[in-house]
Design a protein around this ligand. Structure first.
Ligand SMILES: Nc1ncnc2c1ncn2[C@@H]1O[C@H](COP(=O)(O)OP(=O)(O)OP(=O)(O)O)[C@@H](O)[C@H]1O
Length: 450
């Protein structure tokens, strides 16, 4: 054994006491030791000592960077410092997302001789089908998840940007669940459904008698989220007057209940989300720049489904488990082909709705073409509503587009043709009920559907 592959017994003994799974590797990727926590976490394994890390964790025959993935060891050798990244690892329980932190260890001459690798499973996401958590393994999804992994342990304000139905709320709860605030509440504020006056009393609370109807003192959502995370969904919809109050909260960490002069301290981590082009709104005077800088300390773009098409089979399997947990539904190859060719303007939410409908249409176990809605079977002759929804969704994030007109026409048409509840209309358009409500209201169509 060369001196480099013979680490100090003190080092191995120190590693053995660490509570998280750790391994010690040489520069040649070979594992020299694995600590007790590692052996507990991966109990079914044959001994990993003597094998390479890329073989054990990925079943690769070459290092990760030669298999098209980033390799923390190669990166650390190059940078000479600690490196952290997210990997999808093979484990006895199947593939799992794991945060890897690799620290180089130098000899007396300053040469890197070993690496200590700490592994922390990321519970909030899965790379295999499952009935809970964020599901995905496409590169665009993994890039987003790596951002979640990096920002979660900090206190930085996160801004999630992405089209409707891409999973922003799920990502926000993942940021919370992977943070040190995970045991405290995760409180969602739907900024789009709240009229101006209600916004203030909902968020900051009010004193008894603060306004007509305030018959009792009420704690605000900021207080309800104390110690945890406050998720402001559709932050682009907050009226300017309320933006000032929110800014004050973020700048000073204090607020007042409506009808009270007492300053209260807030202890919340802020995560916001929007499908709106906030920079464009700043230029148009609809959003405050100072507030934008406050909420946007760490931006994360949540990719649309069309940028992660390879996740479709995985999402289908997971969503079928969720919409029909007592059945063992699957898709026929023709149905999967049709879904793969469809553009999903309403993203994962629309996929979920499509599968829910198909599960109701299908009496057996295999969902076939005939169980899918017409616009998916015949994408060249889409239903008028679907065409509009698609245009609208594409226009949503495109700065400078004539959004107002497209939305007006699409919604007028959809409302005119629709017979049924608002929930059904939202499903048909691939929008959340909340988003539909907001758009109808903005266009003065709020009363047209039940
Ligand atoms: N990666 C994912 N894995 C599993 N389910 C997902 C994923 N992304 C989204 N979903 C599901 O899709 C639906 C929509 O997600 P969510 O409400 O988080 O989207 P959103 O972007 O916040 O939508 P909106 O902007 O309209 O509020 C939910 O049922 C959610 O569970």
């Amino acid at each position: 054994m060369s001196p480099a592959s013979r680490p100090l017994p003190e080092l191995i003994s120190f590693m053995e006491t660490l509570p998280e799974p750790h391994i010690l590797c040489g520069r040649d990727y070979r594992i020299i030791a694995a600590n007790a926590a590692y052996r507990r976490s991966y109990p079914d394994r044959q001994s990993v000592v003597g094998r390479t890390c890329y073989d054990v964790s990925h079943h690769y025959s070459v290092p990760c960077d030669r298999a098209g993935e980033s390799c923390p060891l190669a990166k650390s050798l190059q940078s000479g410092q600690r490196e952290k990244m997210l990997h999808l690892h093979h484990t006895p329980r199947g593939e799992e997302y794991v945060t890897i932190e690799l620290s180089p260890i130098r000899d007396a001459e300053g040469e890197i001789v070993w690496f200590i690798e700490r592994m922390e499973p990321m519970q909030v996401a899965r790379g295999a089908a499952g009935h809970q958590a964020l599901i995905g393994r496409a590169p665009a999804f993994q890039r987003m998840l790596e951002m979640v992994m990096r920002v979660a342990p900090s206190e930085a304000s996160v801004l999630l940007q992405g089209e409707s139905g891409t999973g922003k709320e799920l990502v926000a709860s993942a940021v919370h669940a992977a943070s040190s605030r995970a045991d405290a509440p995760f409180v969602v504020v739907d900024c789009s459904g709240l009229p101006e006056t209600l916004f203030e009393s909902e968020v900051f609370g009010h004193e008894r008698g603060a306004f007509t109807g305030a018959v009792a003192r009420k704690q605000g959502l900021v207080e309800a989220a104390s110690g945890g995370t406050l998720f402001l969904d559709e932050i682009g919809d907050i009226p300017l007057s309320m933006q000032v109050k929110l800014l004050r909260l973020l700048e000073t960490g204090t607020y007042r209940r409506v009808g009270s002069t007492e300053l209260r301290h807030a202890d919340v981590r802020l995560v916001s989300a929007t499908h709106r082009p906030l920079r464009q709104m700043i230029r148009d005077g609809g959003f405050r720049q100072d507030l934008y800088f406050r909420i946007n300390a760490f931006p994360i773009v949540v990719p649309p489904l069309r940028e992660r098409r390879e996740d479709l089979p995985l999402l289908v399997a997971s969503l079928l488990e969720r919409v029909a947990p007592r059945r063992r539904l699957s898709l026929s190859p023709a149905a999967l082909r049709a879904l793969s060719a469809y553009s999903f303007p309403g993203n994962v939410r629309e996929l979920r709705n499509v599968l829910e409908r198909a599960s109701l249409m299908c009496d057996g176990e295999v969902i076939d073409l005939e169980h899918l809605a017409n616009e998916i079977r015949n994408p060249d002759e889409p239903a008028p509503d679907a065409t509009h929804a698609r245009k609208e969704s594409a226009a949503e994030m495109a700065p400078g587009s004539d959004l107002g007109e497209i939305q007006r026409q699409a919604l007028i048409q959809a409302v005119r043709n629709h017979r049924g509840s608002r929930q059904e209309l939202a499903q048909k358009l691939g929008l959340s009920e909340r988003t539909l409500y907001r758009r109808l209201k903005a266009l003065g169509l709020g009363q047209r559907t039940s």
